[in-house]
Design a protein. Structure first.
Ligand code: NJP
Length: 238
């Protein structure tokens, strides 16, 4: 019986690679992103022969949109085994320059988005008595970003706490919850460009996707609650 996964933020970057690696493992997919680009990702998957994929333009911070993704997935495939909360945004600037709007929006996407998608899959996973929820967080940013990381880092610490607590709450239902915490990854994050030669030493999207797939497909009796993965060139004091 093939697994079913919902991946948020799969238009590009880490989420897109997770989609490709899961598809390669035979996982049936629902992928979501806030822009139309998500449908291009679906087309690329289908072109490679991975035909079990639905794409949704859905903003993770919008309850109705994310509920629709989850319900449509359940209706189409009959179950949801894996949720990957990967969608996230961030920008780096001195705290004095951060506006209340930027503060709220970053929390809406990075924290409320994780809450809403997790909340939506829980009734399905509880009924199944099985499921894995993985959030792409970040903890190294607390120590390694010299300037301007306070807002972004605070959202990622919020989800770290959220996921840890959720893991305890849902363990009795056979549901696993955990985080993957990357260091610097070569993606489009914070207005970057994936493939930029200046980021040659950074982690690749493949490195993080492999970790997520491993966590999601670990034997049912195993809970991996946190993974921390850094490029060798980046310090990781804790
Ligand atoms: O970034 P990027 P990453 N609703 O910009 C989507 C974390 N992380 O792959 O909305 C739904 O290439 C967007 O699609 P679209 C990071 O915090 C990264 O690096 O269609 N989707 C795109 O697919 C984040 O949680 C690094 O434009 C939304 C995707 O999110 C995760 O890794 C280090 C959305 C972003 O792709 C993936 O980011 C670290 C919304 N409201 C943690 N807003 C790093 N790169 O160094 C955006 O520790 N998306």
């Amino acid at each position: 019986d093939k697994q079913v996964a919902i991946i948020t933020g799969a238009s590009r970057g880490i989420g897109k690679e997770i989609a490709f690696q899961m598809a390669e493992k035979g996982v049936r997919l629902s992928i979501a992103g806030s822009s139309e680009q998500i449908h291009k990702t679906k087309e690329e998957l289908v072109d490679k022969g991975y035909t079990n994929v639905f794409s949704f333009t859905a903003d993770v911070s919008d309850e109705n949109e994310i509920d629709h993704v989850v319900q449509a997935t359940k209706n189409a495939y009959g179950k949801v085994d894996i949720l990957v909360n990967n969608a996230g945004i961030g920008g780096f600037k001195s705290l004095e320059d951060v506006t209340v709007e930027e503060w709220k929006r970053t929390y809406e996407v990075n924290v409320q988005g994780v809450f809403l998608a997790s909340k939506a899959v829980l009734p399905i996973m509880k009924k199944q008595q099985f499921g894995t929820i993985i959030t792409v967080a970040s903890d190294v940013s607390r120590y390694t970003i010299p300037e301007g990381g306070a807002l972004y880092t605070s959202t990622k610490y919020a989800v770290q706490g959220f996921m840890g607590s959720l893991a305890q709450e849902v363990r009795k239902d056979g549901i696993r919850a955990g985080t993957v915490n990357p260091g610097m990854v070569d993606t489009y994050f914070a207005n970057g460009t994936q493939g930029d030669p200046d980021k040659a030493d950074w982690l690749k999207v493949q490195d993080i996707a492999e970790a997520v797939v491993y966590m999601a497909q670990a034997p049912k009796h195993m809970l991996i609650d946190e993974m921390h993965i850094h490029p060798l060139v980046q310090e990781y004091p804790r």
